[in-house]
Design a protein around this ligand. Structure first.
Ligand code: GUN
Length: 294
């Protein structure tokens, strides 16, 4: 039997409904409207698309959106000064600096300038530290989205063997920490596999759940997947010719004949990332306005 599709669009929609209900409750009970500031430096077309989607989603869910675009040669000092203004603003609860930044800007300096209580991207060292300690405050949006996809698709994680292909700071590393920790998403046995790993295919074939975030088009082939495994594809590669469509890091057509459940590209992990950003922003607004959650 071909794999069941994990419908990221539908699951993201149910997350958004929960978030919209919390936005309404914050407004009604505390007079607070959550605000998200998104900053883009430069003119990468994909980044422009992502930033616009984030801003539109804020409005759709009843939140405030502040979108600032700076030219590619904008200085690191000016960027940090702008972030400090946002840190001080009462109406801004979440701040996200779209990555990657131009080469002359040090991303670490920029991320560290964001008030960790407003770091809804979960990338500030304080938030990464809390995640590593098993006391997460903000979990990076893509890893959190993957965990919610698994949980809401009734995929058992506890005690099972997860292989994460990729070790990036944005996805591979945080999700491996999250799934191996003692929490509602965790208690898995996690192996991280990366470009320098030997026997990648053998390691991937051990996985009950295979999470692929290696950034290489159709890298995972059917022989790398254990029959019945759950496959999560984090890659997104835009079409390069008129005949092509978007594809992921997984060779979808043959792999879906082997897996039990699989995320499509597009419509799998992608929609969840934005939904979790909205979730984190509302959580930030709750925390900053000291409102006890129901
Ligand atoms: N670029 C691609 N994904 C992300 C993300 O999750 N956060 C930020 N800040 N930039 C990104």
């Amino acid at each position: 039997l071909p794999a069941e599709l994990i419908d990221g669009k539908a699951i993201a929609e149910s997350v958004r409904k929960e978030v919209a209900a919390d936005v309404e409750r914050l407004r009604r009970e505390c007079g607070v409207t959550p605000g998200l500031a998104v900053i883009l430096v430069g003119n990468d077309p994909a980044s422009h698309t992502y930033v616009s989607s984030k801003a539109k989603m804020c409005i759709k869910l009843g939140m405030n959106s502040i979108k600032e675009t700076f030219p590619a040669d904008f200085s690191e000092d000016k960027l940090i000064a702008y972030i400090r203004e946002l840190n001080a603003r009462q109406d801004v609860h979440g701040i996200l600096v779209q990555l990657p930044l131009p080469a002359h800007v040090n991303s670490r300096h920029v991320i560290m300038a964001v008030d960790p209580r407003k770091d809804v991207d979960g990338l500030h060292p304080e938030n990464i530290g809390l995640l590593c300690m098993g006391e997460p405050r903000f979990i990076p949006c893509t890893p959190l989205g993957i965990c919610e996809l698994l949980r809401r698709s009734n995929v058992e994680v506890c005690g099972r063997e997860v292989v994460v292909l990729g070790r990036s700071g944005l996805v591979g590393r945080p999700i491996s920490i999250l799934l191996s920790s003692k929490n509602k998403y965790g208690d898995a046995t996690v192996t991280i596999c990366h470009s320098r790993s030997q026997n990648k295919a053998d390691i991937c074939r051990r996985a009950d759940i295979l999470i692929v975030a290696i950034g290489r088009k159709r890298f995972v082939t059917a022989d790398m997947v254990k029959p019945g495994a759950v496959v999560i594809d984090v890659g997104t590669h835009p079409p390069q010719t008129d005949q092509e469509t978007f594809c992921g890091d997984v060779d979808f057509v043959p792999v879906k004949e082997v897996a039990s459940k699989i995320t499509p590209v597009p419509g799998g992990v992608g929609p969840m990332t934005i939904a979790m950003l909205m979730r984190n922003t509302v959580d930030a607004a709750f925390n900053l306005s000291k409102t006890p959650r129901c």
